[in-house]
Design a protein around this ligand. Sequence first.
Ligand code: DOR
Ligand code: ZN
Length: 455
Amino acid sequence: MYELVLKNGFLVSSKEVRRGDIVVSGGKIVDIVDRFEGEAEFVHDISGKYVLPGLIDAHVHFREPGSEEKENFETGSMAAVAGGVTTVFDMPNTEPKCTTADILEEKRKRVKGRSFCHYGFYFGVTDDNFSEMKKVKNIAGFKYFMTHSTGNMGVVEKNGKNGGCVGIGRHGEVTDLSVLELVFDSVSNIVAVHAEDDLIIQENASKYFGDIEPISHGAIRSRLAAYKAVKDVLHLAKKYNHRVHICHVSCREELREILKFKTDKVTFEVTPHHLFLTEEAYEKHRNYVKVNPPLRQEEDKDELWKALKAGHVDIIATDHAPHLPFEKEREYLEVPSGVPGIETMLPLLLDAVNHGQIDLEDVVRMTSYNPSRIFGVKGKGELSVGKDADFVVVDMKAEKEVRNENLYTKCGWSPFHGLKLKGWPFMTFISGKPVYKDGKVDKNFRSGKEVTFLK
Ligand code: DOR
Ligand code: ZN
């Protein structure tokens, strides 16, 4: 007997929406038919609702090991499935940092059996871990920080005094691009780059001292810093003909440069916070919305949306970066950068669909199909026979407010608290199991597995 049938849903791919019944067995889609007539253990009639391939969030910080007070793989992955995300790629800026093969193996052991969603890991680049980089297998990609952010993983020359400005960049250190050249020259995996120029940030930071207002964050980690870094990355990616993925593009200068020089080997992501918030948010949220790269202007947001609507954006990824409220309440310099986002990405995008800003097919393309294709994830990113039964059923008519108290993320807050959105996840399935339904994560289904990367 079949395990599960989803009847009467609208099935959404990156290209079309069509009616169909999905038949699942052994955790995989075994058939998609107009009308299923047989028997199955579980049959869900989802008339009027839409089925999307589960979202793949290519950029999260689940904080294990080292900062479990902010998030751990249980809470982070519960937040994921509550938000329709069925696979995440976790970043290496943990403590210890994921920069040796042994630490990666430790992380694998630690997460195994505990995650509600599927997952893959990034491996961090330092200026002296090439032998480790060559040892590791089955990673999402290498993560290269061009400047310091949370975790101080910027690959910068240690030629000066460490000023120790939290999240700003250390004084006396300059971005060392020779390491990035070596990376491009010696490994073939995709390199995900946090592109902000360290030297420009330091110069800007040196002009600011004393009581710094949150709005200064954008002046310190300036648009020029982002643009210059992206320009350097594009130049080197071309020189070495290497695959590069540019994380969290935030301003229009970066975007234009990427679109001008984009090839199959250059991809990029935008985040929900750069799509739905601007620096005006500092007034209400103060340092809660201090994030790297910073929130930008209305014109930047508009241009990101224009590119998105024109089909030029490869991926929307959250950069889910939880920090605790008490940390966010400190003075600017002491506040860690980052905002949570994994539970609100899909509702925000569905609300945008309801407002006619984008189509559901676009959502699937940028949050599932493209991440799967670009990172080469086996068995995911599409609703088709043979693929894994990871999907999210969405109710496009459901209207609900984002509420801090309803979130699963351990940090317990969202910059979107109080926002009313139309279009919400109704059920999330991981390997055919209904891990999220009736507004709750079912703790019996902790069936997330490490994914296989085919590239
Ligand atoms: O704002 C950010 N927060 N940017 C990053 O690059 C890291 C992240 C974090 O881990 O908190
Ligand atoms: Zn990040």
